[in-house]
Write a protein that binds this ligand. Structure first.
Ligand SMILES: *[C@@H]1O[C@H](CO)[C@@H](O)[C@H](O)[C@H]1NC(C)=O
Ligand SMILES: *[C@@H]1O[C@H](CO)[C@@H](O)[C@H](O)[C@H]1NC(C)=O
Ligand SMILES: *[C@@H]1O[C@H](CO)[C@@H](O)[C@H](O)[C@H]1NC(C)=O
Ligand SMILES: *[C@@H]1O[C@H](CO)[C@@H](O)[C@H](O)[C@H]1NC(C)=O
Ligand SMILES: *[C@@H]1O[C@H](CO)[C@@H](O)[C@H](O)[C@H]1NC(C)=O
Ligand SMILES: *[C@@H]1O[C@H](CO)[C@@H](O)[C@H](O)[C@H]1NC(C)=O
Ligand SMILES: *[C@@H]1O[C@H](CO)[C@@H](O)[C@H](O)[C@H]1NC(C)=O
Ligand SMILES: *[C@@H]1O[C@H](CO)[C@@H](O)[C@H](O)[C@H]1NC(C)=O
Ligand SMILES: *[C@@H]1O[C@H](CO)[C@@H](O)[C@H](O)[C@H]1NC(C)=O
Length: 414
């Protein structure tokens, strides 16, 4: 028996409050599932190369991680920032009540926290709010984040040293990321820090044989070649081809008795990943998913070990400008990043929202190495899916249509 594959994803989203920092709440949410998708598309568009779509960068992110942190920030934000967050996520702007969003987040967390005892799929979500102990967090904000987001409030004692504060934060980060991330630097100016970690660890329902793993070429652009390591095998999995945009899509389910989660790979057959992404929406994606049928597929997909970091300050600034367009009602001295509802302290202001992700697709041990699994049998009816050009990897919770992770990959090995 070949060893299993394991995929680990982890993302943490801290937000830093540069100065001091209570709360309340915002609105009717139409469809968070769609918001998560739209957020991702918005972020990826802002980080895309020229429309010509030449070589570009990997982009890894956890939409759910962002949504969980932005939901809490929105609860503490001034109205302009709250609207900007709503714009980024596609929340329903004309309402002032975020209650539905918080409830939705609460339900997701509750569902995932129950875990899956019978199999190895793990999805852990943890949030913390670190704050200098002289900041008085508003009672209703505290209750909201504790109840809806299971956020732990961790005070940073006034009489402790900066080193000790760093240690407190690092201990938490190490603990919830199972040591994958060792440190998250804070500065002496950091008055508060919101952190969120989404940790996902799962095995394929149908593992690949490590005996078939081979080096091979990957083509980031039509005229560039890099080295990659490929996982290969023949599997019976959902598969579809789209002729118009010229891509193939496969679904690789994770082993779980409770959750229905899968990795989808959209594999362009030419160098047109940007075009495919530009045409993507949640409903398109669900349409593609419906068009899949189980086929015998000869798979060749890159083994991946990547890290990335993205910051949302620029995106929020863009949204703020949009929502202020034409409006003269707010004075120039107003701090659009203020968070008046986190604390009565008037200096509480958002300095940035950062997400760091690691993404690994790898073999796990060789204890049961044997030759039975995964021989590639080129019988005439098998489909081929060779992923050797820039592609898209999406991890979906198929029961709830929640996008857990997005990876736009131009360089599988870095
Ligand atoms: C924020 O706090 C102010 C002052 O306490 C309150 O009037 C307002 O309704 C709060 N906003 C939200 C969105 O809870
Ligand atoms: C998501 O984007 C699509 C396409 O731009 C749009 O039609 C839809 O209303 C958006 N949904 C949300 C929740 O923002
Ligand atoms: C949580 O689980 C319940 C029951 O399994 C399901 O009906 C609901 O849609 C789930 N909600 C979320 C947000 O995952
Ligand atoms: C900081 O102050 C608390 C009481 O407020 C005290 O218990 C603790 O020992 C002090 N720590 C240090 C390092 O002085
Ligand atoms: C580490 O995590 C475990 C379970 O997730 C928790 O019980 C424990 O209190 C955490 N320790 C620290 C230092 O956060
Ligand atoms: C790819 O690997 C070959 C040997 O297998 C090596 O000669 C070549 O320099 C490598 N190319 C890159 C871009 O690392
Ligand atoms: C892709 O999107 C463009 C612009 O939105 C549209 O004109 C085109 O028909 C779409 N192509 C496909 C194959 O859906
Ligand atoms: C501002 O509004 C004008 C007219 O309403 C519009 O033409 C322009 O594109 C808007 N600018 C931005 C940045 O949204
Ligand atoms: C999981 O979701 C996919 C996509 O919606 C569906 O085709 C499949 O039947 C589901 N599997 C289970 C076990 O519910």
């Amino acid at each position: 028996m070949a060893s299993g594959f394991c995929l680990r994803i982890f993302a943490y989203v801290p937000f830093l409050l540069a100065r001091f920092c209570t709360i309340t709440i915002p609105a009717e949410v139409p469809k968070i599932e769609e918001s998560l998708f739209n957020l991702t598309l918005n972020l990826q568009e802002a980080r895309s190369p020229s429309p010509a779509g030449d070589a570009t960068e990997n982009l890894l992110l956890s939409p759910l991680g962002f949504s969980l942190v932005l939901g809490q920030i929105a609860a503490g934000a001034n109205p302009v920032l709250r609207e900007a967050i709503g714009g980024l996520l596609g929340w329903n702007e004309d309402t002032d009540d975020l209650t539905n969003i918080h409830t939705y987040h609460e339900n997701i967390l509750r569902n995932y926290s129950a875990g899956d005892e019978e199999s190895s799929l793990q999805i852990n979500i943890n949030s913390a709010l670190f704050h200098r102990d002289f900041i008085e967090i508003r009672q209703n904000f505290q209750e909201l984040v504790e109840e809806s987001y299971a956020t732990e409030l961790i005070p940073l004692a006034e009489n402790a040293t900066e080193n000790e504060h760093q240690q407190t934060v690092n201990n938490w980060v190490k603990n919830v990321t199972k040591d994958i991330i060792q440190t998250f630097p804070i500065s002496a100016k950091t008055i508060s820090l919101f952190a969120n970690v989404v940790y996902f660890n799962a095995e394929w329902e149908e593992p690949f044989s490590d005996q078939l793993t081979r080096p091979g070429k990957f083509f980031p652009t039509a005229d560039k070649t890099t080295n990659a390591t490929y996982l290969q095998g023949q599997q019976e999995i959902p598969y579809m081809e789209n002729k118009e945009l010229d891509f193939k899509m496969i679904r690789m389910p994770y082993k779980s008795s409770k959750f229905n989660m899968s990795m989808y790979i959209l594999a362009p057959q030419k160098h047109n990943l940007q075009e495919i992404i530009q045409n993507l929406t949640l409903s398109k994606f669900l349409e593609y998913r419906d068009q899949m049928s189980v086929k015998t597929v000869n798979l060749k997909i890159p083994k991946v070990s990547l890290k990335s970091k993205i910051q949302l300050k620029g995106d929020l600034e863009r949204e703020i400008k949009k929502s202020l367009n034409g409006s003269k009602t707010i004075s120039k001295t107003f701090d659009y990043f203020s968070l008046p509802n986190v604390s009565d302290d008037s200096k509480c202001s958002l300095s940035n929202v950062v997400q760091e992700s690691t993404f690994n697709v790898y073999e796990k041990g060789t204890t049961f190495a044997a030759l039975t699994a995964g021989y590639i049998n080129y019988d005439g009816t098998a489909k081929n899916c060779r992923v050797d050009k820039p592609y898209l990897s999406i991890i979906m919770d198929d029961s709830n249509n929640i996008m857990l992770f997005w990876a736009r990959i131009y360089h599988p090995s870095v």
